[in-house]
Design a protein around this ligand. Structure first.
Ligand code: 5GP
Ligand code: MN
Length: 332
């Protein structure tokens, strides 16, 4: 459901001069891609605009146009707060709840500017004035493409904007292979390619830039850490803080790891548990109608999409694993 019309959104943008764009904690390709695409677009409209992120993004997204202008709340708290307070309009991209931006949410909740949620996650919270939300969109970048076209500004989609949108479409669809991909996805891609972007270059920039440690961590996880639950089509990894440190873990280094066990015939649910200093960060993936969004919400303080969700646990890594083994059986 894309609740608010282009006419209403156009008016909201036209009436605003200073604008913020916020995306979620641990921003991924869709988060940064959609934010920077909208950023460039609003710049063309001559707006004072800044992208604000709650924490750093992975270095494989540093090549993206506009990335140097992003404000990281963890590094420039006061500057971010000031910008939010003077904003006439605040876009929140690729997340559906203040919980997803951690401490930045406490500041956002106090700001007076109307919020525009642009997102494709299940069950959005009710904080925004305007909604451009669709769970059937393969990515927030798809929504940004539709928004720009809907505002009658398709001509502004140049190589820079196209590269950003392409990145989010690519990363959120597992390089165009998830069930969320349909003919519309490819129609958008065809339009983006007309700007002159080169898909193989973008793919290479995002995926072919592992550090040696990252590839070794992947190999270690697959050969030493993958477990299959006896009698269930479930595979998972638990990586302790110590193990991650052994491989000089950097943000984004385990992205994609959770999906590997799907290569095993019959596997329907995969999970990854990464222990950090303060909590265990969890990723869930599923096939078909198995709903890991509901599962993450119910048992792991999280959410996401039906087939891709995340969550957190304050228990120890071992207790989290025991809890997961118990609860995951309820899915079958
Ligand atoms: P990932 O496993 O790649 O971190 O996230 C998978 C999906 O679940 C993404 O769409 C992400 O936005 C969402 N997600 C990840 N972690 C959380 C969380 O802690 N809470 C909620 N609500 N969604 C999450
Ligand atoms: Mn997304």
């Amino acid at each position: 459901m894309r609740k608010d019309s282009f006419k209403i959104l156009k008016k909201a943008i036209n009436n605003s001069k200073t604008i913020s764009i916020i995306t979620h904690w641990s921003p991924d390709g869709d988060a940064i891609g959609s934010s920077l695409a909208l950023y460039q677009f609003l710049k063309y409209l001559d707006k004072n605009v800044k992208v604000i992120i709650p924490n750093a993004f992975p270095d494989f997204l540093e090549w993206m146009p506009g990335s140097k202008q992003i404000l990281n709340f963890q590094e420039e708290e006061k500057k971010c707060e000031n910008w939010l307070n003077k904003s006439d309009l605040i876009f929140t991209l690729d997340f559906n709840s203040y919980k997803r931006i951690e401490k930045l949410g406490d500041i956002l909740v106090k700001t007076s500017a109307p919020k525009v949620m642009i997102d494709h996650h299940q069950q959005p919270d009710d904080y925004a004035k305007y909604y451009f939300h669709d769970v059937n969109a393969c990515s927030t970048c798809e929504l940004i493409f539709d928004l720009i076209c809907g505002l009658g500004a398709k001509k502004t989609i140049d190589k820079k904007i196209a590269a950003c949108i392409y990145t989010g479409l690519m990363t959120d669809t597992g390089s165009f292979r998830y069930p969320s991909v349909n003919s519309n996805t490819h129609t958008i891609i065809a339009e983006l390619l007309k700007t002159g972007i080169i898909p193989s270059e973008i793919h290479g920039a995002v995926y072919d830039n592992y550090s040696i440690d990252r590839l070794k961590l992947l190999g270690y996880a697959l050969s030493e850490k993958m477990k299959i639950i006896d009698g269930y089509p479930v595979a998972y990894f638990c990586l302790s803080n110590k193990e991650l440190k052994q491989f000089n873990f950097q943000k984004g280094d385990t992205e994609g790891l959770v999906n590997y066990p799907f290569a095993i015939k019959g596997i329907k649910v995969c999970a990854l548990f990464n222990e950090s200093e303060n909590y265990v960060k969890i990723s869930f993936r599923s096939k078909d109608k198995i709903d890991v969004n509901a599962f993450a919400r119910k048992y792991f303080n999280g959410g996401g999409h039906i087939n891709a969700a995340g969550g957190k646990s304050d228990l120890s890594l071992n207790e989290t694993e025991i809890n997961f083994i118990k609860q995951v059986k309820t899915l079958f």
